[in-house]
Design a binder for this molecule. Sequence first.
Ligand code: P1T
Length: 398
Amino acid sequence: MTDQKNLPPAGGSAAVVHGIETLAIHAGQPADPATGAVMTPIVTSATFAQSEPGKPDRFEYSRSGNPTRAALEACVAALEGGRHGFAFASGSAATMSLLHTLRPGDEVISGDDVYGGTFRMLDKVLAPLGVRSRFVDMRQLSSISDAFTDATRLVWLETPTNPTLKLFDIGAVCDIAKRRSVPVVVDNTFASPVLQRPLDFGATAVVHSTTKYINGHSDVVGGMLVTDDDELAERVGFLQNAIGAVPSPIDCYLVLRGIKTLPIRMRRHSESATELARRLEKSPKVARVVYPGLPSHEAYELCRRQMKGPGGMISVELEGGLDAARRFLSSLEIFTLAESLGGVESLAEHPALMTHASVPEPTRQQLGITDGLVRLSVGLEGLEDLWDDLSQALGRIG
Ligand code: P1T
């Protein structure tokens, strides 16, 4: 395909030359040379004609590669500033495909607060295969150093974390891991590349649940992995094809379409969430508001240094524990009580009973995933409508 806007197929130096708003709309998406179509065609073909046996052209079979998927992979790679992008059927598929680079006897050091499904993968899928995970609070850098053994092969973290919105210093973690030549993978789902680019801080790879902000419209389940490391890219490319957890071309198209507004959406998510967090902090029904954009957040300074905005996620500890949380969540009218996050519509959920139910109770307590904790994904509705909804639901707590 020709690249009429002189944007390279995947990130690298393009991110320096072009702003993220431009990359979101054009990277990997030149006008279609066959038809001039400005929007990337959805190529549903499962297979591609070959002129000679065993000599495929660019595409061969849609599990190993597909034009619509290639456009998405190039675009997200450009946004994250990496040269290699791989799309998957879900964020979990991206994570699991990456974890298949490990062997029995290998060890993972993981941040202690990760999406419940990621914890479940490490604890219930990887551990029985002989890959041990050590979960550490990466706010204490010494706890990372202490967790290294000769068998450590991967450091995994989310920041901001799901659901307690802790921040870890990506550069500092990478410095520690690099001294031992161990790759660092950052799940960047909560921030999106608009607010944070882990590769710029030294991470080896970035993983996304594109189900969330990247697609942004809650109508696709998908995942991505981006890296600048050629060796890792070769391995992940092999696994993407060998395992086959790939997305459909239609889903790839929808995600590409969603990405076009990602920068503008992230700005608005951050602005609305900041204002709602400020107001929630003043409510007598609220024991604690956790939001990296509030000066009361323990990592407020790190947020300003590492992120371009605090994002759209707020966690709120309600006075009155589980009863209060149940009543509050059931009373919401504009916020929908549902798992997931990052869409244009506002969502609310109860991590202990929903997204993080697979994390053992004592661990949840230790992490602060209490019965009174609710998680809000602030969408793009009118700010005052969202505030009215939160206020009336807080009023129902009693
Ligand atoms: O749902 P899936 O696309 O497979 O993505 C998994 C995943 C990975 N990483 C993070 C940080 C996530 O938040 C998720 C999915 N999380 C939810 C469904 C949730 O409501 O938290």
